[in-house]
Design a binder for this molecule. Structure first.
Ligand SMILES: Nc1ncnc2c1ncn2[C@@H]1O[C@H](COP(=O)(O)OP(=O)(O)OP(=O)(O)O)[C@@H](O)[C@H]1O
Ligand SMILES: [Mg+2]
Length: 205
């Protein structure tokens, strides 16, 4: 595939959307074709699945159902948007991807991680990010940054969110080539410069 696939991961309020926006602007300035996506969502079908997943009215959803719905939304996104864009040479930026399911449903809920990764290969058809940023923030600090009403997942306990963070850190240790752990102490521009260094190196800018 001619394009490049870059994902942005981390707990609530860690700065994913802020940094993805800065990268989007930077790459467009450099004349690159960029596609900016978010998970779960970014296709008509996947956005409908997102509503079910994040709705506080979905209380009582089983861990298994939750895992499969995230995968379902992702399967559609990969085939409808990501693969076609990568074939055309676009730089695809995605706010969350499979690592989120490993961190939230695996480390957070306790769903078997080996199984999530196996199902992940079916879901993604083997599409793997070329580069992943993990914005590492204290769970409480991150949640404290959110000003809007919290969704079903964000409402979970600090203990849950601590397990998610531990999960991300484990993934970053296991795959240091792909996953870059970014410390979030620093302002948006300082963090953007660190992010940009990795992007420049991947894209040869
Ligand atoms: N480096 C930073 N320093 C201080 N505040 C920041 C920084 N980066 C982002 N913020 C602020 O923190 C809040 C959360 O940032 P952002 O929405 O980018 O995070 P997110 O990881 O996308 O969160 P969400 O889980 O809600 O999607 C926003 O109000 C944003 O302006
Ligand atoms: Mg966001």
């Amino acid at each position: 595939m001619k394009g490049r696939f870059i994902t942005f991961e981390g707990s609530e309020g860690s700065g994913k959307s802020t940094q993805i926006g800065l990268v989007d602007r930077y790459l467009k300035r450099k004349g690159r074709k960029v596609l900016f996506l978010r998970e779960p969502g970014a296709t008509r079908i996947s956005e409908q699945v997102r509503r079910i997943l994040l709705d506080v009215g979905s209380a009582g959803m089983s861990d298994e159902c939750e895992t499969l719905l995230y995968m379902a939304a992702r399967a559609q996104l990969v085939r409808e948007k990501i693969i076609p864009a990568l074939r055309e040479g676009v730089v695809v930026l995605c706010d969350r991807f499979l690592d989120s399911t490993v961190a939230y449903q695996g480390y957070g809920n306790g769903v078997d991680i080996g199984w999530i990764k196996e199902l992940g290969r079916f879901t993604t058809g083997g599409v793997t990010p070329d580069l992943t940023f993990f914005f590492d923030i204290d769970a409480k600090k991150g949640l404290g940054r959110i000003r809007r009403p919290k969704d079903r997942i964000e409402r979970r306990s600090i203990l849950y969110h601590d397990r998610v963070r531990t999960g991300y850190r484990t993934l970053a240790r296991q795959e240091p080539g792909r996953i870059k752990l970014i410390k979030v102490d620093g302002n948006k521009e300082e963090i953007h410069l660190v992010v940009r260094k990795h992007i420049d190196s991947l894209l040869g800018l």
